[in-house]
Design a protein around this ligand. Structure first.
Ligand SMILES: C[S@@+](CC[C@H](N)C(=O)[O-])C[C@H]1O[C@@H](n2cnc3c(N)ncnc32)[C@H](O)[C@@H]1O
Length: 259
């Protein structure tokens, strides 16, 4: 792991976010979903590893690679949660680059910043965390060379608005890479995903008192868009090209759209 520049990231994990590189923006929407992601934060990373047998790390590397982020870039991770994609972006852009992770869950951001603290003080210091809304990104137009969004678009209350915001803050010619479950139009694949959620994910999550929170996964995938619908939405909001890649036997997908 390459170490980055020298600003320490002083985030005590048990205190409110008041650090100089942890900015807060008011978020006025989706309080139920915000509360859900706050509740699952303590076990989120552990369950991701357990339930995917660590494979989510591979999907995330693919998404970062497809974003086109490179050394020295200014990049953004929207719906960053505990920061998996943000940390990968940090490695990609190096010490001359800048990474911003945005999420509306304070608890997820606290975990992200404490993970940052666990590394050497020289690592990941090009990251800034912002508590903010994907539907009202606190950045000026054309700010970023690349953007990632992992398992976020399915969870926002207004996908079109989220896509418009991603487009707005991207520089011309740059890409967004949006990783999520693939809503398959194949009966067998869709049934296999639902079986897995009902029979593995929810029972495991119930061991942590979070069965309802993880049951939400099934309805959120049902209400999500297929790869073709995601491509169409991206083009409708103004991206110049859009391509959805199915990965992991069609269980996951990644939409790559260029401004
Ligand atoms: C399933 S988690 C994904 C976290 C991380 N990107 C990953 O791949 O592990 C979805 C994240 O989206 C965030 N989120 C959902 N709606 C949001 C919104 N409108 N604004 C900001 N964050 C949002 C949640 O707080 C949560 O951390």
């Amino acid at each position: 792991m390459a170490c980055l520049h020298v600003i320490p990231a002083p985030f005590p994990s048990s205190r409110p976010l008041a650090s100089p590189n942890f900015r807060c923006r008011p978020v006025r929407c989706a309080t139920e979903r915000q509360a859900l992601f706050n509740r699952i934060a303590p076990v989120y990373d552990y369950l991701n590893d357990l339930l995917t047998l660590g494979q989510h790390r591979i999907f995330k590397r693919m998404a970062v690679s497809w974003s086109g982020a490179k050394m020295g870039d200014r990049v953004l991770d929207v719906c960053c949660g505990s920061g998996d994609l943000t940390f990968l972006l940090s490695e990609k852009v190096g010490s001359n680059g800048q990474v911003t992770g945005v999420d509306f869950s304070k608890e997820q951001l606290l975990i992200a910043s404490s993970r940052q603290n666990l590394r050497s003080k020289y690592c990941f210091s090009n990251i800034e965390w912002i508590e903010g809304d994907a539907l009202d990104l606190p950045f000026t137009d054309g700010s970023f060379d690349a953007i990632t969004m992992g398992y976020g678009l399915r969870n926002v209350v207004d996908r079109r608005k989220a896509m418009q915001e991603l487009l707005r803050v991207l520089k011309a010619g740059s890409r967004v890479s949006i990783l999520d479950f693939n809503k398959s139009d194949q009966f067998l694949t869709a049934s296999a995903v639902e079986w897995f959620i009902d029979n593995v994910v929810v029972p495991v999550a119930s061991g942590y008192g979070l069965s309802e929170e993880y049951r939400y996964l099934k309805s959120s995938i049902r209400e999500f868009l297929t790869g073709k619908e995601l491509e169409k939405l991206a083009l409708e909001v103004g991206f110049s090209s859009a391509r959805h890649y199915e990965i992991n036997g069609s269980f996951m997908g990644c939409l790559v759209a260029k401004r």
